[in-house]
Design a protein around this ligand. Structure first.
Ligand SMILES: [Fe+2]
Length: 292
């Protein structure tokens, strides 16, 4: 594949996810893209994932990228894996993927409160039991990070942070100088991550940006069932980005979750957009924006 595949691709063409093939994305040559759609945690919300893929392609993204955490929360985890594989979407290893691939005892979500861990345990045991061995093996090959050129900008895509896969970078508790140090140390212009489930971004001085893509798996605790992804481009040496809302068949997902015996609290979040579980990890300001 040529290094510039995808540049100038007409709107709606198939994204060049195969830029990283063959093998587990280990090419020395940086892929170059023009417009990237970054999907945060999918949490087994395969219906939102399908809607987001269609939307990103329609908006002319020439790279669709998943930042990890395919499982948790939602139903039938194999459906998410099948959709990502069929669409040839590269995936950065998330804590969930790492745990599921290796059959660890827990999700390495990084929760500390017993209430958070209670619901994380339900999600994890369900997801581990319902993920096929073939998909687990595939997840074991995810890279810890991906780098690519977005126009003139160097982008580093990770799950939590460059230093820790399950580090929470919240908007209200992450100092700007700390972000700047990480971006400089990584030799990048743009740091792209997820893990928190709530999208946000910040320009860090001149010529450096952090973008948290949020999550496709559940709404960002804002009382609206839509979920979000991030679309990024470079223009005149600057990052141009937006967060894109995704509408999908919420009722169908809720019904499927009920059929699978998942907790009513999870279904309520999908229907209402308010987080009902795993709340203790939220910083005070983020938590005060929610209902619970
Ligand atoms: Fe995560």
């Amino acid at each position: 594949m040529g290094a510039r595949e995808g540049e100038g691709a007409p709107r709606g063409t198939r994204p060049a996810a195969s830029l990283w093939r063959p093998g587990p994305f280990a090419h020395a040559e940086r892929p170059r893209v023009r417009r990237v759609a970054a999907f945060g945690g999918i949490y087994s919300n395969h219906l939102a994932l399908e809607a987001a893929i269609a939307d990103a392609r329609d908006r002319g993204a020439d790279l669709l990228l998943c930042l990890g955490d395919l499982g948790a929360f939602g139903p039938s985890p194999d459906r998410t894996a099948e959709t990502l594989r069929a669409a040839e979407i590269p995936v950065v290893r998330g804590n969930y993927d790492d745990s599921i691939a290796r059959g660890l005892d827990d999700c390495q979500c990084g929760y500390t409160d017993p209430k958070d861990n209670h619901y994380a345990r339900i999600s994890y045991d369900y997801t581990l039991a319902k993920t096929s061995s073939e998909h687990r093996e595939w997840m074991g090959g995810f890279p810890g990070e991906l780098r690519f050129r977005l126009g003139a900008l160097e982008v580093l895509a990770v799950h939590g942070s460059p230093r820790r896969m399950n580090e929470f970078l919240w908007e209200t508790t992450t100092p700007t100088h700390f972000l700047g140090g990480m971006i400089r140390q990584a030799g990048a212009d743009v740091l792209l991550g997820t893990h928190t489930g709530i999208h946000w971004s910040r320009q860090v001085g001149s010529g450096a940006w952090y973008v948290n893509a949020g999550a496709l798996g559940r709404p960002p605790n804002d009382g609206n069932p839509e979920v979000w992804y991030a679309m990024l481009e470079e223009e005149g040496g600057e990052l141009k980005h937006e967060f894109v809302p995704v509408s999908y068949a919420v009722d169908d997902l809720a019904d499927e979750m009920a059929d699978e015996g998942l907790p009513e609290e999870f279904i309520e979040t999908i229907r209402t957009g308010w987080w009902t579980t795993c709340l203790e990890v939220l910083p005070g300001k983020e938590r005060s924006r929610g209902r619970y």
